[in-house]
Design a protein around this ligand. Structure first.
Ligand code: PMP
Length: 414
């Protein structure tokens, strides 16, 4: 990766526009994960850092002639501008995907196609939050969401989670405290399934409680759900949106179930919010790419996408099992909860060690992870690291954990 993040900071300080930037640009921070990307992608390094889906099982060879045909037959649409709300055909298709998580009442008009859920997070924050407003979010928090919230100068209030997801009492307490301080609480941001980075999944009982509290205090919920279909047991959980359509803005994405390169994701929102989201999408990008959306519909219409997702589930389960077994063998004194789906294990390292300080030594030992501090905006997280099992093959995962154990063992002895 070579973009401006790779430029040494002294060059950035000599920037002639230094001092001219808007406050929101000053609030932006480079993601620790992006900064790691260049090092972690060296072939000799086992990267347990990135959350890249493993795409080798996608039927790209079979897809290629169908895409060529699509461009030949419908090139006039694919190369053209389109609707700010997204391709109606794709909006129809995503209804079938959402049915798997009990969302059965949505109509194509309720759906907005966005440039990846990352863009969706930007849009919802843009339309809901003024600088200084509070939003509540699980801590640790998805690093990309933190980046968005920082850029809008939003105050992120950490709400505790455990292996069963967000703790409802902590959620209620946080609302009461923020209101007592006079801070408007604009929404709760939650990743209920196979959380990134914590791996936790919100129990069905807690889902009802969280929705009840949200209703009681009139707090909107932003449900970010890119991993929900990647459950290892084959069990899907009811989306919060399915349990309370009026109070939830739902986001999901093709990034983890098909491929992230198309940058196609979708949102479902109550009518007033949806209207603003479409306006915000239009103002940010005019319209999502027809080419990308039609690539996705060509795939969905011609392949057994449910079988593909099942195949991914099996593959990621095997990788998770491998990482869990390797951790038990090489790092038995660390602690973690084995996730029920998704891409990540959130590892607690022994007291007194600092995952961020240790990272250069891990890179020297040819293994990469993301330090826990990336998932907080207040310096917490030194006692954790996020380990991704999605991309490396099982043997590499085991080798990566072995290498990591040599680093942690050495740290414990010093
Ligand atoms: N939300 C979460 C929780 C994620 O883990 C990710 C990707 N890592 C995203 C959103 C962004 O996904 P997309 O590729 O659709 O922008």
């Amino acid at each position: 990766m070579s973009d401006n993040r790779d430029i040494p900071s002294k060059v950035i300080k000599n920037d002639p526009w230094f001092g001219s930037y808007a406050d929101r640009a000053e609030a932006m921070r480079a993601s620790e994960i992006r900064a790691l990307f260049a090092v972690a992608s060296r072939p000799e390094v086992v990267s347990l850092a990135g959350g890249m889906p493993y795409l080798d099982r996608m039927p790209f060879d079979e897809l290629a002639p169908l895409l060529a045909k699509m461009l030949k037959d419908k090139g006039d649409i694919a190369w053209q501008y389109g609707s700010a709300q997204g391709d109606p055909h794709l909006r129809e298709d995503v209804l079938q995907i959402m049915e798997l998580e009990n969302i059965t009442d949505a109509q194509p008009d309720d759906v907005i196609i966005v440039n990846g859920s990352q863009s969706g997070l930007d849009l919802i924050t843009r339309i809901m939050c003024n600088p200084g407003d509070s939003i509540l979010a699980e801590a640790p928090n998805y690093v990309g969401a933190l980046g968005v919230f920082q850029s809008f100068q939003v105050h992120v209030v950490n709400v505790l989670l455990d292996e069963n997801g967000l703790i409802p009492e902590a959620f209620e307490q946080a609302i009461i405290e923020q209101r007592a301080l006079g801070h408007p609480v604009k929404f709760l941001y939650t990743v209920p399934n196979f959380h990134n980075p914590a791996g936790a999944t919100m129990s069905v009982e807690r889902r009802s409680k969280v929705l009840e509290i949200a209703r009681k205090y009139h707090v909107l919920i932003v449900e970010d759900n890119p991993y929900g279909l990647l459950s290892f047991e084959g069990k899907t959980y009811p989306a919060l949106r399915s349990m309370d359509p009026d109070n939830v803005v739902y986001l999901s994405s093709f990034s983890k179930i098909i491929a992230p390169g198309m940058r196609v994701a979708w949102m479902v929102a109550p009518p007033g919010i949806r209207h603003k989201l479409v306006l915000a999408n239009e103002s940010a990008i005019l319209c999502p790419s027809n080419m990308s959306q039609m690539t996705i519909t060509t795939y969905l219409d011609n392949f057994d996408w449910k079988a593909q997702i099942n195949d991914y589930r099996g593959m990621y389960k095997e990788r998770c099992d491998t990482m869990d077994a390797a951790l038990k063998k090489y790092l038995p004194y660390c602690s973690w909860h084995k996730p029920k789906g998704g891409f990540y294990i959130w590892l607690k390292i022994p007291e007194g060690l600092d995952s961020r300080a240790m990272l250069p030594r891990a890179i020297t030992a040819k293994v990469a992870y993301v330090a826990g501090t990336a998932f907080y905006d207040n310096g917490e997280g030194t006692d954790h690291m996020r380990l991704s099992f999605c991309y490396p093959k099982p043997a590499r995962i085991t080798e990566g954990i072995r290498r990591l154990s040599t680093v942690i063992d050495a740290e414990r002895e010093t």
